[in-house]
Design a protein around this ligand. Sequence first.
Ligand code: FES
Ligand SMILES: [Fe+2]
Length: 373
Amino acid sequence: MPYRMYPEMTPAILKQRAIDRAETIPSSWYVDPRMHELDLKAVMGISWQYTGSAETVAETGQVSLTEIAGQPVLILRDGTGRLRSFYNVCRHRGGPLVTQDANVKALQCKYHGWTYNLKGELRATPQMDGIEHFDKKDFCLKRISVDEWEGMLFVNLNSRHPALPSLMEGIRERITPIKLGKKKFFRRVSYKVNCNWKVYVDNYLEGYHLPYVHPTLSKMLDYRQYATEIYQHYSLQYSPFSENKNPFKTSDGEAYYYFIFPNFMLNILPGRLQTNYIIPLSAQKCLVYFDYYYDDSTAADIIEADIRYSDQVQSEDIVICEQVQKGLASNAYDRGRFSPKEEKAVHHFQSMLKYAYQDYFKNTENLSSKKNS
Ligand code: FES
Ligand SMILES: [Fe+2]
């Protein structure tokens, strides 16, 4: 049974329970290196992963390089205007096609020069005369699903997946009149955090810690009206600003904090979108990208104040997340309980995580029974 390879992965722990009876996931899932491998394969490797602004591949031949679940990935715009994504891996002996973002007419491997067109078809193979039983058609680049939503790019390493728009269904309507696709990419800020990626996500998903960890932010939001809504693939934490505390100085100030399973967040205020993308680096480390997008009309001093303020909130979150990681790794902790009022979205995330593991085990079992039959 594949699940026996992982710590505390038992049917009793994987069982889904309502929030008033559920326990939090076991601490070993946050600290054990085997769980890092499982998260890459069973969670990141099968879900839509954000890579950045679609502006990076606006023109024909523009290539954007990234890494998803430890896999080298490139995204490009081909000559017909279509988005394409491939593993950045040459079919000859595994060399890289690009080593940085670039603008190209074709993809030429950096190792021995095999060349592919922008559709990923192998076109030129220097010095290969005399080879037998070799058809270039059998050596196309390996494709990856790619799509664009509201000016942002996403890829999915798994070929069986829900369509990206169905995943995001309802967000556009809910935040009207705000239009995410109209905002322009401004800056990426990255943070290395000494905690498991799930600690960071858990922390994001509740406002319970606001008065204790972010006293200033909690005064800015009207905490009495803070609400959490659960949807199929995402959750929303929503709060109006306290009177006159909206930093963008618009009359109808509201903050929307969307979490899209498993590791992507949209933090929407009237003048800006901030995305958070969480990359697991090891069992006890993650990397967080904050991408800032603003309306054309947003003034430069408001932008700088917004980024400075977010940075302060982020440092408060990093301190608590790193301390929680130590607590989870200690002898003193295994599993806890949820506040039904405050931790609905944490419970939803952890339930989805269990479904993802179960799916993965079911599929790998099916595969191995097919192989054995
Ligand atoms: S590995 Fe790409 S040409 Fe050899
Ligand atoms: Fe926080």
